[in-house]
Ligand binder design. Structure first.
Ligand SMILES: Cc1ncc(COP(=O)(O)O)c(C=O)c1O
Length: 341
């Protein structure tokens, strides 16, 4: 029996609307390197959703690539990037940032978030030119442990960054899920007002692959295409990204897909809460981290795939459960029944 997967939100391929659009446009001749009409339509649609025409939008194929290029293009050689210990660039990118020569300045975090006081502490540590100077703050929304930033929290981070001359960068691999969370009070236009640069994740929200980098700060716009090209990220058939993002944003598909993922995850979270189990972090998005007895984990593992995230004690571990834009409700219901048995 093939196990059903709650391991991640990239187990399925792409949304059928995108396949249809790719197929319908397949034999058209288009400009290369993201200068095709579909990339332009996608940019226009995204700018409309952001409510800011004065942004530069670039498409890349994945999150690690987006992070490495954004960070290295923004920093001077002697600058580092502040990041939570749990942050994706710290734990799951194989040293991609370090390989560009930039130090990651770590701040400890239980809930996956960076706080203004962490930034001030890092700035104060870097006394003079004998030390790496913080040049950017990296956050992700949702975070690596499924939590989301509130408008107040992001506003406070933005203010500290502005007053100390640091760029604020939001990794939005799961931005859809964050913005569609019941707890969310941020809009796309807030992001453009508060971040210097952010990206909108397509790969984990219905696209086969692709992330849309939105550059707000003028000083980061110049030369970005050179950085993309030099790192092999400027795709000759960039239309693949354009068509996918056009479909995601021409109406509300991006938000509908994220809402589905969140709804499926919330069903599971509610059932787990009702059974009296605790969570490692507050369930707010499509990633859940319930703390379950090892015996239950072993039983569930017979039918389902998911990560065991963190051992808590001799009898319990936190697992990661992720629902996607394509998670099947009947499988979610079956999983809930199996937990409740
Ligand atoms: C927050 C975040 N950023 C970046 C990435 C990296 O994406 P990719 O695997 O496409 O390089 C991921 C992937 O899981 C992620 O969760």
């Amino acid at each position: 029996m093939q196990k059903y997967s709650f391991r991640n939100d990239y187990s399925e391929g792409m949304h059928p609307d995108m396949i249809a659009a790719l197929s319908a446009t397949n034999l058209e001749q288009q400009q290369g390197y993201s200068e095709d009409v579909y990339c332009e339509k996608a940019r226009t649609a995204i700018k409309e959703k952001i409510g800011n025409n004065d942004t530069d939008i670039h498409f890349v194929s994945g999150g690690t690539q987006a992070n490495a290029i954004v960070i290295t293009s923004a920093l001077k050689s002697f600058e580092g990037v502040i990041c939570a210990t749990t942050g994706h660039i710290n734990v799951h990118e194989t040293g991609a940032i370090e390989a560009t020569g930039h130090k990651i300045l770590l701040v400890s975090s239980e809930d996956g978030k960076v706080k203004p006081s962490d930034i001030i502490a890092e700035i104060n540590k870097a006394e003079d030119h004998h030390m790496v100077r913080p040049g950017m703050v990296y956050i992700s929304n949702s975070t690596e442990v499924g939590t989301i930033y509130s408008k107040n929290e992001l506003t406070a981070l933005s203010a500290v960054c502005k007053s100390h001359g640091l760029y604020l960068y939001m990794d939005g691999a799961r931005l859809g899920s964050a913005l569609c969370s019941e707890d969310n009070d941020l809009t796309m236009s807030d992001l453009a007002g508060l971040c210097d640069v952010f990206y909108i994740g397509g790969t984990k929200n219905g696209a086969m692959m692709g992330e849309a980098i939105v550059i707000v700060n003028d000083s980061l716009k110049k030369d970005f295409n050179y950085h993309l090209k030099q790192r092999g990220a400027l795709l000759s058939k960039g239309r693949l990204m354009g068509i996918q993002f056009m479909e995601l944003f021409k109406e509300n598909l991006f938000f509908e897909l994220a809402t589905h993922a969140n709804k499926m995850s919330k069903k599971i979270a509610d059932a787990i809460k009702a059974k009296g189990y605790a969570f490692l972090t507050k369930p707010q998005s499509n990633q859940l981290f319930p703390i379950l007895p090892l015996k239950l984990i072993a039983k569930l593992s017979e039918k389902y795939e998911f990560y065991t995230w963190k051992k808590m004690d001799d009898e319990h571990a936190a697992v990661r459960l992720v629902c996607s834009w394509a998670s099947k409700e009947e499988k979610v219901n079956e999983f809930i029944e199996d937990i409740c048995k």
